[in-house]
Design a protein around this ligand. Structure first.
Ligand SMILES: Nc1ncnc2c1ncn2[C@@H]1O[C@H](COP(=O)(O)OP(=O)(O)O)[C@@H](O)[C@H]1O
Ligand SMILES: [Mg+2]
Length: 297
């Protein structure tokens, strides 16, 4: 069996761990950088990357799709879609990566699946945005395709400066994603890593003193988080809602129980490995291996 790991940085911890876990399972695997992709449509269709005929692969695990421009992202997704249609296992499936990357799509998928998530308004209209802010009193504005806690701002109803910030987000991005702010005494979130519907491990990410954004990339500190049934059900429910085989699910502890705020469809396994010693790539390799035999390829 042959599998490719799509990654742009060959030194990436997760990509390296995937390679080792695949090798331990006897899966022949190698890295592919999707910046070398070519498709040809003639009497049939071919898809190649750095000299490799992608149609000859059994599986592709996407760690990082990379991109050179907005059109290029669509091209890379379409190639994954084409390969999936031709029976190659794409992990995560392209529609899952797309849904998880888009916070509006994720919020919708979570709500549709009955997974608790904070109230959210996404709008092009300043009037509707102001109304949402009034309803929520405090709201978090997030870029639709944001990551690593970047460009997230806390807005408060009635604060003149925050109204200016809200307008500037709307003008700059053409829309605003506003979510009710969940106040916490000691701001932290939970990152649960799900593979194949099972939580492999979970960590708290504790925000630095005086701050409320807890991403590790923003100085958050990882600590072991005990597992319980609610966490397992909601994290697995979130993974299923977006259709991810493996993902990182971010949850907040609220007075109404755990709420899922986002799903990361191309997560790093490094944080959970360093905090808990759990290597999630072993479970991903298990999935690829089992799936291969189930499909009888
Ligand atoms: N609704 C919210 N209420 C309180 N804190 C939040 C809320 N949404 C996000 N945060 C904080 O901001 C961080 C980043 O938010 P998240 O939605 O996970 O975006 P990103 O994709 O940038 O990680 C979270 O880990 C959490 O600490
Ligand atoms: Mg997050």
């Amino acid at each position: 069996m042959r599998a490719a790991i799509v990654v742009s940085d060959p030194l990436d911890w997760t990509a390296q761990a995937l390679l080792a876990s695949f090798s331990a399972k006897g899966i022949d695997s190698f890295f592919l950088n999707f910046s070398d992709l070519s498709a040809a449509i003639t009497s049939g269709q071919t898809f190649r990357c750095a000299g490799v005929n992608l149609l000859e692969l059994d599986a592709i695990v996407v760690r990082d799709l990379g991109r050179k421009g907005p059109g290029d992202v669509a091209f890379r997704f379409e190639v994954l879609q084409a390969l999936q249609e031709r029976g190659i296992a794409i992990i995560n499936p392209p529609h899952a990566i797309a849904r998880a990357a888009n916070k509006f799509a994720t919020s919708r998928a979570l709500q549709d699946a009955g997974v608790a998530t904070p109230r959210t308004v996404v709008t092009n209209s300043l009037t509707d945005a102001e109304k949402a802010l009034q309803d929520f009193k405090k709201a978090v504005s997030k870029p639709l395709f944001g990551y690593k806690g970047r460009d997230i701002i806390l807005l408060e109803e009635g604060a003149e400066a925050d109204l200016v910030r809200l307008k500037s987000v709307l003008e700059g991005q053409g829309l605003v994603y506003l979510q009710e702010f969940i106040p916490l005494d000691n701001p932290r979130d939970i990152r649960a890593f799900v593979v194949d519907g099972r939580v492999q491990g979970a960590i708290y990410r504790v925000a630095p003193p005086g701050q409320w954004i807890s991403n590790l990339a923003r100085g958050g500190r990882a600590a072991s988080c005990p597992m319980n049934r609610e966490l397992e059900e909601k994290a697995a429910g979130a993974a299923n809602a977006v259709g991810a085989v493996y993902c990182g699910v971010d949850l907040l502890e609220t007075e109404q129980g755990l709420m899922v705020i986002e799903v990361n469809g191309t997560p790093s396994g490094k944080g959970i490995f360093e905090a808990l010693g759990v290597d999630v790539t072993a479970a991903i390799a298990d999935h690829v291996h089992q799936n291969h035999y189930l499909r009888g390829r």
